[in-house]
Design a protein around this ligand. Structure first.
Ligand code: COA
Ligand code: MG
Length: 289
């Protein structure tokens, strides 16, 4: 699966911001038709995104579109204006039922078939950000076209009547639930937006906390956030070095028939081997090895 350490949103009606995003070396560029686009600019955003997809080279960045949620009345037009220009994936916000992903997947599949594109090449990333979305997450997370679950903390807090706090206790249950369902279905888990985009010190703390919890990436909203977030979601040189040495030692021990080893004074068995392998995978995906 593609590395999605940072997923940068920008208003879909802003060609300058889309162009700026391409210059930043960010993993994912998400051109938004939903909340970053005013009601009277939805049509403009569709036009700008369609042109951007046709005219701009996105380099190594993944090009994503975010459509309006199912039932808003905008979602079908968002898709029909942009899908034909082959984004790499579609972010659908406020998902509350598996049937909504089935609807989206059918639209995408019809386009893939009619254009002769590889089937299932356009992926879905689902925003889970309401009480109902969390209640139905077990089914939602099983959709075969899904690559990632995205946690929308602000909408979720509004949906349950919580007030956001610095400590974030009010979102801890939902944040953890995203991780469990992502892990159980081999999906990426993409963490909350840190909205104070001028505060890079606390952004780093928030991003590292998400990475430690098990998130694979984070949503971002400003160029200042690209480097700190991608750094936080890349394994450090120290972690990579440790993982490589550990896997080397384990390989030798395994050949000799040992399932558990003493590595530099620490007991190492399968769970730690698995996490060392994950570090190597993530380091490769991030281009660090
Ligand atoms: N993507 C790409 N470029 C961006 C950007 C973004 N999300 N946010 C800011 N920039 C650009 C600006 O256009 C500006 O470019 P310039 O120097 O070439 O003129 C530069 O980065 C500095 O921006 P700055 O002046 O600090 O911010 P701003 O006042 O232009 O914008 C926001 C502030 C919050 C309006 C803007 O960051 C934004 O729109 N973020 C995305 C919001 C969003 O998509 N929300 C929905 C998902 S939660
Ligand atoms: Mg939202």
């Amino acid at each position: 699966m593609k590395s999605r350490r940072a997923l940068l949103y920008m208003p879909g009606d802003s060609r300058p911001k889309i162009e700026k995003a391409i210059s930043l070396g960010v993993d994912c560029i998400c051109m938004d038709m939903e909340d970053a686009t005013a009601y009277n600019r939805k049509g403009k955003a569709r036009e700008v995104i369609a042109k951007a997809l046709q005219e701009l080279g996105f380099g190594h960045a993944e090009k994503l579109i975010r459509i309006n949620g199912f039932g808003t009345g905008f979602e079908a037009d968002d898709l029909s204006a942009t899908l034909i220009h082959h984004p790499d994936g579609v972010v659908i916000p406020k998902v509350e039922m598996l049937a909504q992903l089935e609807w989206l997947s059918e639209q995408i599949e019809a386009m893939e078939l009619s254009q002769g594109w590889e089937l299932n090449s356009i992926r879905i990333l689902a925003g889970i950000e309401s009480a109902k979305g969390f209640i139905n997450l077990k089914e939602i997370a099983t959709h075969p076209r899904l690559d990632a679950l995205i946690f929308g903390a602000e909408d979720y807090a509004a949906s349950i009547g919580a007030t956001r706090s610095r400590g974030g206790l009010e979102i801890l249950y939902a944040r953890s639930k995203i991780l469990l369902h992502a892990a159980a279905n081999d999906l990426q888990a993409i963490d909350i937006v840190f909205v104070n985009f001028k505060d890079v010190v606390n952004l780093k703390i928030d991003a590292l906390q998400g990475a430690q919890m098990g998130f694979t990436g984070k949503q971002i909203i400003h160029p200042n956030q690209v480097a700190p977030v991608q750094e936080a979601f890349s394994p450090s040189d120290k972690e990579i070095d440790y993982a490589e040495r550990l896997l080397g030692a384990f390989e030798i021990a395994e050949a000799e028939g040992a399932g558990v080893i003493d590595f530099e004074g620490k007991m190492i068995d399968m769970p730690l081997i698995k996490s060392a392998r994950q570090i190597i995978e993530r380091a490769k995906a991030a281009g660090k090895i």
